[in-house]
Design a binder for this molecule. Sequence first.
Ligand code: DX5
Ligand code: ZN
Length: 221
Amino acid sequence: MLILAPSILAADFSRLGDEIRTVDAAGAQYIHIDVMDGAFVPSISFGMPVIERVRGCTDRVFDVHMMVEAPERYIGAMRKAGADIICVHAEACRHLDRALNQIRETGAKAAVAINPATPVETLSCVLGEADMFLLMTVNPGFGGQKLIPYTLDKVRRLRAMLNEAGLSADIEVDGGIGTANVRDAIEAGANVIVAGTSVFKGDPAANTREFLKIMAEYENA
Ligand code: DX5
Ligand code: ZN
């Protein structure tokens, strides 16, 4: 199934609840939540208290992308705050297998992210241990960047690796995705699409519907 996950990093934080309700009402299935610690990535965004407060705004899936060093420290707290999917970076975990198990023990879905320059082969041992794999299509840390084209080759390779292993995990792409290149990501094998700037800049409801329209072409094909 194709899923749209608007990234609230690009939302107007002064009216965050309304922004979330808008994309929910327009049909976005996930809310992508970027947690940045100022160590794993240069910037700092927000954490548990904000997630907890907006949890009441929607029943949509909270897809929490932790751009955090040693994220194991916060898995329990993220789940408590309302995360449905908890995504840790392979580069940030000393014990990735353990971290994924810890996530699943909370009842959340487990996801692993890798940066553009991290080879997909890094994921080969944990193909069966995660529900979703997030392939960064920009260097994490900021919204509004341009997609790095070689990252889509990684999507193709990972989809082939999963198929070969008889697994149907989700592949999420994140960074620089807009209505002009979302087809490339889908055709490469991604099925969860993160979009920040291209959803929240301008008219978020119309932008969400535009994405969903494109995605529906594939569902009905
Ligand atoms: C980047 C974040 C992304 C970001 C995407 O570090 O992980 O989720 O918000 O933003 P856009 O879609 O604007 O590139
Ligand atoms: Zn993200």
